[in-house]
Design a protein around this ligand. Structure first.
Ligand code: CA
Length: 227
């Protein structure tokens, strides 16, 4: 699941991003309100976490822009200001939740999960499935043929990407940028190793094999019985 953070304070932004990535989410962090709104409208996110006071455009402005564009992703506000007025204004504008700084990361994570669960219920996007493989996006759990499979956060993100785009050949460069946040040139070996490990866990002791290498192109996940 993909989360957008717009926060201009470097420490808070980096801390949030790191924590959420470690929890298995894919995160884009922006520092400026105008860029943040543009990103919210051009990319697809399951949740936005917005600071109120931002350069460019404030958090209210971003929220207004998101809602005017008809996007109903949940929005969580972060702010140092805890005035009742702000809270009311945020909720009136269509914010889903409000967290006052400073906050414990565990509390943020709990709110994030609640909002994602609520969002997933309306879109039905709580699980991703192919054949007998199932990803539980909120609990970050994977099962195949009913058996629990333990994946690292990166393996989970990789499998989620392959599943979301099943049937599509994903080039290594795309996998590198989406899962590792890095350029193709950095180290493609990282991807090969990760795919091998992922296959060992989700494919080796099961049939049919779901992840396939397309030589010279990349990787594809599909149910060969339906392809
Ligand atoms: Ca700020």
């Amino acid at each position: 699941m993909k989360i957008l953070i717009v926060e201009d304070e470097p420490k808070t932004g980096d801390y949030l991003k790191q924590g959420l990535v470690e929890a298995g989410f894919s995160v884009d962090l922006l520092r400026d309100g105008t860029d943040g709104l543009h990103h919210a409208l051009t990319e697809s996110f399951d949740l936005a976490i917005l600071d109120v006071m931002l350069p460019g455009l404030d958090g209210w402005g971003i929220l207004g822009g998101i809602r005017r564009a008809g996007k109903d992703m949940p929005v969580l506000f972060l702010t140092a200001r805890d005035a009742v007025d702000d809270r009311v204004k945020g909720l009136e504008l269509g914010a889903d939740d409000y967290l006052v700084k400073p906050f414990a990361f565990s509390e943020l994570l709990a709110r994030v999960r609640t909002l994602l669960r609520r969002g997933a219920k309306t879109t039905g996007a709580e699980f991703l499935r192919v054949a007998d493989l199932e990803l539980d996006l909120l609990r970050r759990r994977v099962t195949r043929a009913g058996k629990r499979i333990d994946l690292t956060a990166k393996e989970f993100a990789l499998l989620e990407l392959l599943l979301r785009r099943q049937g599509e050949v994903l080039p290594r460069s795309l996998i590198a940028s989406q899962v590792w946040d890095m350029n193709f040139d950095s180290d493609t070996n990282v991807i090969e190793v990760a795919v091998r490990r992922l296959r060992a866990k989700v494919d080796d002791s099961f049939e049919p094999k779901l992840i396939r290498t397309v030589r010279g192109m990349g990787y594809v996940l599909e149910n060969p019985l339906c392809a």
